[in-house]
Write a protein that binds this ligand. Sequence first.
Ligand code: HEC
Length: 127
Amino acid sequence: MQPHRSALILLALNAGIALAHAAPGDAGRGAGVFDSQCAECHSLKEGKNKKGPSLFASFGRKAGTVADFVYSEPMKQSGIVWTADRLAAYLASPKTVVPGGKMKLDEPINQQDIADVIAFLAIPRAH
Ligand code: HEC
Protein backbone atom coordinates (compact mmCIF):
# COMPACT_ATOMS: atom_id res chain seq x y z
CA MET A 1 0.00 0.00 0.00
CA GLN A 2 1.27 3.48 -0.80
CA PRO A 3 2.14 5.54 2.28
CA HIS A 4 -0.07 8.32 0.97
CA ARG A 5 -3.09 6.05 0.80
CA SER A 6 -2.67 4.62 4.28
CA ALA A 7 -2.38 8.13 5.67
CA LEU A 8 -5.67 9.01 4.02
CA ILE A 9 -7.35 5.93 5.47
CA LEU A 10 -6.03 6.83 8.91
CA LEU A 11 -7.39 10.32 8.52
CA ALA A 12 -10.80 9.02 7.55
CA LEU A 13 -10.76 6.64 10.50
CA ASN A 14 -9.91 9.44 12.87
CA ALA A 15 -12.68 11.60 11.50
CA GLY A 16 -15.09 8.71 12.00
CA ILE A 17 -14.02 8.27 15.60
CA ALA A 18 -14.26 12.00 16.25
CA LEU A 19 -17.79 12.00 14.86
CA ALA A 20 -18.90 9.00 16.87
CA HIS A 21 -17.37 10.60 19.93
CA ALA A 22 -19.19 13.88 19.56
CA ALA A 23 -22.52 12.07 18.97
CA PRO A 24 -24.61 15.11 18.18
CA GLY A 25 -27.43 15.48 20.65
CA ASP A 26 -30.90 16.73 19.88
CA ALA A 27 -31.69 19.53 22.33
CA GLY A 28 -35.42 19.28 21.61
CA ARG A 29 -35.50 15.62 22.61
CA GLY A 30 -33.17 16.51 25.49
CA ALA A 31 -35.82 18.77 27.00
CA GLY A 32 -38.09 15.74 27.31
CA VAL A 33 -35.29 13.65 28.83
CA PHE A 34 -34.67 16.44 31.35
CA ASP A 35 -38.35 16.54 32.31
CA SER A 36 -38.62 12.82 32.81
CA GLN A 37 -35.20 12.00 34.31
CA CYS A 38 -33.76 15.14 35.94
CA ALA A 39 -36.51 17.65 36.78
CA GLU A 40 -37.60 15.75 39.89
CA CYS A 41 -34.30 16.85 41.48
CA HIS A 42 -33.03 19.72 39.33
CA SER A 43 -34.38 23.08 38.20
CA LEU A 44 -32.85 25.21 35.45
CA LYS A 45 -33.82 28.39 37.28
CA GLU A 46 -30.96 30.31 38.81
CA GLY A 47 -30.84 29.86 42.58
CA LYS A 48 -33.59 27.25 42.65
CA ASN A 49 -32.22 24.15 44.36
CA LYS A 50 -34.29 21.03 44.84
CA LYS A 51 -32.97 17.63 45.92
CA GLY A 52 -30.12 18.50 43.54
CA PRO A 53 -28.51 21.89 42.81
CA SER A 54 -29.88 24.32 40.23
CA LEU A 55 -28.45 23.43 36.82
CA PHE A 56 -28.68 27.01 35.61
CA ALA A 57 -25.51 27.71 33.59
CA SER A 58 -24.06 24.41 34.80
CA PHE A 59 -22.38 23.83 31.46
CA GLY A 60 -18.74 24.90 31.66
CA ARG A 61 -19.03 25.62 35.39
CA LYS A 62 -16.89 24.12 38.12
CA ALA A 63 -18.61 21.27 39.98
CA GLY A 64 -19.97 21.81 43.45
CA THR A 65 -20.15 25.59 43.33
CA VAL A 66 -23.86 26.50 43.46
CA ALA A 67 -24.38 28.74 46.48
CA ASP A 68 -26.70 27.45 49.19
CA PHE A 69 -26.62 23.85 48.02
CA VAL A 70 -25.18 21.25 50.37
CA TYR A 71 -23.00 19.06 48.16
CA SER A 72 -21.25 15.88 49.15
CA GLU A 73 -17.60 16.39 50.08
CA PRO A 74 -16.42 14.26 47.11
CA MET A 75 -18.34 16.51 44.70
CA LYS A 76 -16.87 19.67 46.24
CA GLN A 77 -13.38 18.19 46.02
CA SER A 78 -13.81 16.67 42.55
CA GLY A 79 -12.20 19.53 40.62
CA ILE A 80 -14.51 18.68 37.71
CA VAL A 81 -15.51 21.31 35.17
CA TRP A 82 -18.75 20.28 33.47
CA THR A 83 -17.78 19.84 29.85
CA ALA A 84 -19.82 17.59 27.56
CA ASP A 85 -17.38 14.72 28.13
CA ARG A 86 -17.39 14.94 31.91
CA LEU A 87 -21.16 15.27 32.00
CA ALA A 88 -21.60 12.27 29.71
CA ALA A 89 -19.39 10.15 31.96
CA TYR A 90 -21.14 11.38 35.12
CA LEU A 91 -24.63 10.70 33.79
CA ALA A 92 -23.61 7.24 32.57
CA SER A 93 -22.32 6.38 36.05
CA PRO A 94 -22.48 9.08 38.74
CA LYS A 95 -20.84 6.95 41.43
CA THR A 96 -17.89 6.04 39.21
CA VAL A 97 -17.07 9.65 38.36
CA VAL A 98 -17.76 10.97 41.87
CA PRO A 99 -17.33 8.06 44.31
CA GLY A 100 -19.24 8.80 47.49
CA GLY A 101 -21.30 11.48 45.72
CA LYS A 102 -24.97 12.05 46.44
CA MET A 103 -26.53 11.79 43.00
CA LYS A 104 -28.41 8.65 42.13
CA LEU A 105 -30.44 8.39 38.94
CA ASP A 106 -33.81 6.70 39.20
CA GLU A 107 -32.91 4.48 36.28
CA PRO A 108 -29.84 4.16 34.06
CA ILE A 109 -29.88 6.59 31.16
CA ASN A 110 -28.93 5.47 27.64
CA GLN A 111 -26.25 7.06 25.44
CA GLN A 112 -28.69 8.82 23.12
CA ASP A 113 -30.63 10.34 26.02
CA ILE A 114 -27.34 11.48 27.54
CA ALA A 115 -26.23 13.18 24.31
CA ASP A 116 -29.65 14.81 23.96
CA VAL A 117 -29.90 16.09 27.53
CA ILE A 118 -26.36 17.50 27.28
CA ALA A 119 -27.32 19.37 24.09
CA PHE A 120 -30.31 20.73 26.00
CA LEU A 121 -28.23 21.78 29.03
CA ALA A 122 -25.70 23.50 26.75
CA ILE A 123 -28.27 26.02 25.53
CA PRO A 124 -27.44 29.40 27.13
CA ARG A 125 -30.28 30.66 29.34
CA ALA A 126 -31.21 34.16 30.43
CA HIS A 127 -31.09 34.96 34.14
C1 HEC B 1 -32.92 11.71 42.59
C2 HEC B 1 -32.36 13.03 42.41
C3 HEC B 1 -31.54 13.35 41.17
C4 HEC B 1 -31.82 13.06 39.85
C5 HEC B 1 -33.00 12.27 39.30
C6 HEC B 1 -30.77 13.70 39.07
N1 HEC B 1 -29.88 14.34 39.89
FE1 HEC B 1 -28.23 15.40 39.32
N2 HEC B 1 -27.72 15.69 41.27
C7 HEC B 1 -28.46 15.28 42.36
C8 HEC B 1 -27.73 15.57 43.58
C9 HEC B 1 -28.20 15.26 45.01
C10 HEC B 1 -26.53 16.20 43.18
C11 HEC B 1 -25.38 16.65 44.09
C12 HEC B 1 -24.38 15.50 44.15
C13 HEC B 1 -23.29 15.61 45.19
O1 HEC B 1 -23.22 16.62 45.90
O2 HEC B 1 -22.51 14.67 45.26
C14 HEC B 1 -26.57 16.27 41.72
C15 HEC B 1 -25.57 16.85 40.93
C16 HEC B 1 -25.65 17.01 39.57
C17 HEC B 1 -24.70 17.75 38.78
C18 HEC B 1 -23.50 18.52 39.31
C19 HEC B 1 -23.96 19.95 39.59
C20 HEC B 1 -22.93 20.87 40.18
O3 HEC B 1 -23.32 21.97 40.58
O4 HEC B 1 -21.75 20.54 40.21
C21 HEC B 1 -25.13 17.71 37.48
C22 HEC B 1 -24.46 18.36 36.28
C23 HEC B 1 -26.33 16.91 37.47
N3 HEC B 1 -26.62 16.50 38.76
C24 HEC B 1 -27.06 16.63 36.33
C25 HEC B 1 -28.19 15.80 36.31
C26 HEC B 1 -28.91 15.45 35.11
C27 HEC B 1 -28.58 15.98 33.71
C28 HEC B 1 -29.90 14.60 35.47
C29 HEC B 1 -30.91 13.90 34.58
C30 HEC B 1 -30.37 13.05 33.55
C31 HEC B 1 -29.82 14.44 36.92
N4 HEC B 1 -28.77 15.17 37.39
C32 HEC B 1 -30.70 13.66 37.68
C33 HEC B 1 -29.68 14.64 42.32
C34 HEC B 1 -30.30 14.15 41.18
